[in-house]
Design a protein around this ligand. Structure first.
Ligand code: PLP
Length: 287
């Protein structure tokens, strides 16, 4: 496994960053998770747009141009001879001193890791996930602004701990006003009487690239879809609930806080959307 580290390709054992890197000391940095399907970097532009926007927002100077970053991704895949898998692209503030001041970090660090990935079994896509709602709140401002895909994932980790303790595979996060926002690392959709609804991002959700792809598929294929706030009640009484994310793709939820959703397994619309999604994944992106 070859890892891209600041312009060099190094082995896993040698892929090390400084303990003075502010990504390590303060979670000061950003990242993207990207899928590779049949040699295609799925939605590469969308991921790089989000990365460069996150960087601009936190005044992080990425030491590669957009085109150089694309080339680095392609070269990392080539060296690893990987045609299907997952890319983790991390840009941290880089090494500085123990103070907070990012001006003391002269150069950001860029890391690209590619790996095989299979987070859920094919079976799980049929049975659906057991989930719980958690008390940790989303929609926090500034650094935890969900629009910035920052290395500050402590909130999401607390959510994961809480869902683990409840014996659930995933969690549903609300914002401070009680509206449903997203999962620990996935966006959420509910379906009721043929209407598909996902929370608007301003409530406190990452504008997921899979989320956008599903919205586009729904519009193109004539499914009724809207972005509108909803509460846990609407989730409990939905006909179908599913989550979307780069790693998870489109996965059904069969249970939320002990309430069985629909028939208690993946519903027909969710499965159809998964099929539609999988039919575009190796076409839409950087070949
Ligand atoms: N929400 C959060 C908090 C995430 O970390 C992710 C994963 O990146 C998502 C949603 C899903 O976004 P995407 O579809 O771009 O992977």
């Amino acid at each position: 496994q070859w890892i891209y580290l600041d312009g060099q390709f190094v082995t896993k054992e040698n892929a090390k960053v400084s303990v003075f890197d502010h990504g390590f000391l303060y979670g000061d940095g950003i990242f993207e998770g990207i899928r590779i399907y049949n040699g295609n970097i799925f939605k590469c532009k969308e991921h790089l747009d989000r990365l460069y926007d996150s960087a601009k927002s936190i005044m992080l100077n990425i030491p590669l141009t957009y085109q150089e970053m694309e080339e680095a991704l392609v070269e990392t895949l080539r060296r690893n001879e990987l045609r299907d898998g997952y890319i983790r692209l991390v840009v941290s503030r880089g090494p500085g001193n123990l103070g907070l001041d990012p001006n003391r970090c002269p150069k950001a660090s860029v890391v690209i890791i590619v790996e095989q990935l299979a987070i859920y079994s094919e079976e799980a896509y049929k049975t659906g996930l057991k989930t719980v709602s958690v008390s940790t709140k989303r929609n926090l401002p500034d650094a935890l602004n969900p629009k910035i895909k920052s290395l500050n994932y402590l909130n999401n980790i607390l959510v994961k701990i809480q869902s683990n303790l409840s014996g659930a595979g995933e969690a549903i996060m609300l914002n401070a006003q009680g509206y449903v926002t997203e999962g620990s690392g996935d966006n959420i959709f509910i379906i009721k009487n043929g209407m598909i609804t996902t929370p608007p991002c301003y409530l406190g959700a990452l504008d997921g690239i899979t989320r956008q792809a599903i919205i586009a598929i729904c519009s193109n294929k004539g499914y009724k879809i809207k972005e509108e706030p909803f509460t846990l009640h609407d989730v409990y009484v939905a006909d179908e609930v599913f989550l979307t994310g780069t790693a998870a793709e489109v996965i059904a939820v069969r249970e939320v806080d002990g309430r069985i959703i629909g028939e208690g397994h993946a519903g027909p619309v969710t499965l159809k959307l998964l099929e539609e999604f999988r039919s575009i994944v190796d076409k839409d992106g950087l070949k």
